[in-house]
Ligand binder design. Structure first.
Ligand SMILES: [Zn+2]
Length: 289
């Protein structure tokens, strides 16, 4: 089961999060038919987004992350809510390219150069939006950079997705450390050194799980534990509203051309179909007058 562990290190000067997201990545692979390299790209983005969402304070808060680069994969979109229900997709899920010069999945080529944007919706307040340049394309560095420049929170991050034979994810997750107010440079450097040991975080997750890392490497600390999952919040009501927003004329045009209106959710591939009677029922309210 996927999970997020969080604690404070160095007398409360550094926050630590350990994220396990293997099941979530496998669900994304299943929904979208991802190749190993697009699974790694979407998986790393979902893992970082889950960390961001784990800091949302109120029920109902949510955020979306867009990795908008010029790489082979097109855009990567992830949305998460405060209950840690995550969903996401990548424009070109079938991109399949050779490993990079280090023998690793070439996420950088899938992402390319561009911008990373985060939008937070918190209740009635105006959505908060921040963005930063994609500096690496490997994503961990990009999310760390986002936090550092856009949120003024110095951050170090490791992200990884390990794909086994048969295209299944066998280990995915991340580790994040952030310098809290009052943190001195020396401590921040120490934290950076620790996280550098987890460059292959996905192998750690595969062999020990987030729980093993926590129990073995950070013995004696008190951790909170939460359970993220891949869950799409699309619904018939939502799609109904989408069709109504098209307007009756447009909806009937599509019906005439295609015989039915078929809408597929980009996040979970669920199909919503409407025939003439369904459309009539949706717009029936308009005839009452
Ligand atoms: Zn859906």
């Amino acid at each position: 089961m996927d999970r997020i562990y969080k604690t404070l290190l160095f007398d409360g000067k550094i926050s630590l999060a350990i994220i396990e997201s293997t099941d979530i990545v496998n669900r994304a692979i299943e929904y979208h038919g991802l190749t190993p390299v697009t699974a790694a790209t979407l998986g790393r983005t979902m893992t970082a987004s889950l960390f961001m969402a784990s800091n949302l304070k109120n029920k109902g808060d949510k955020l979306s992350v867009t990795v908008c680069g010029d790489g082979l994969g097109g855009h990567v979109i992830v949305s998460v809510d405060s209950l840690l229900r995550v969903r996401g997709y990548i424009d070109n899920p079938k991109v399949d390219i050779p490993l990079n010069e280090h023998g690793k999945l070439d996420v950088k080529r899938v992402v390319g150069k561009g911008r990373l944007t985060v939008v937070r919706n918190m209740g009635l307040k105006e959505p908060y939006s921040g963005s930063s340049e994609i500096v690496s394309g490997e994503l961990a560095e990009d999310f760390a950079y986002y936090y550092t420049v856009s949120e003024q929170e110095p951050t170090a991050m490791a992200l990884g997705v390990l794909i086994g034979d048969g295209g299944k994810c066998v280990g995915a997750g991340g580790m994040v450390m952030q310098a809290l107010p009052g943190c001195d440079d020396q401590t921040a450097l120490e934290a950076q050194k620790i996280i550098m040991k987890y460059g292959d975080i996905s192998s750690h997750i595969k062999t020990r799980g987030a729980k093993g890392i926590k129990d073995e490497d950070f013995k004696g600390y008190y951790f909170t534990e939460t359970f993220p999952k891949y869950e799409c919040i699309c619904s018939k009501e939502y799609i109904d509203a989408l069709i109504v927003s098209l307007g009756r004329e447009e909806a009937e045009d599509i019906l005439n051309e295609q015989g039915e209106i078929s809408i597929e959710c980009q996040y979970c591939d669920k199909k919503y179909k409407y025939n003439k009677a369904d459309v009539d029922a949706l717009f029936s309210g308009e005839n009452d007058g």
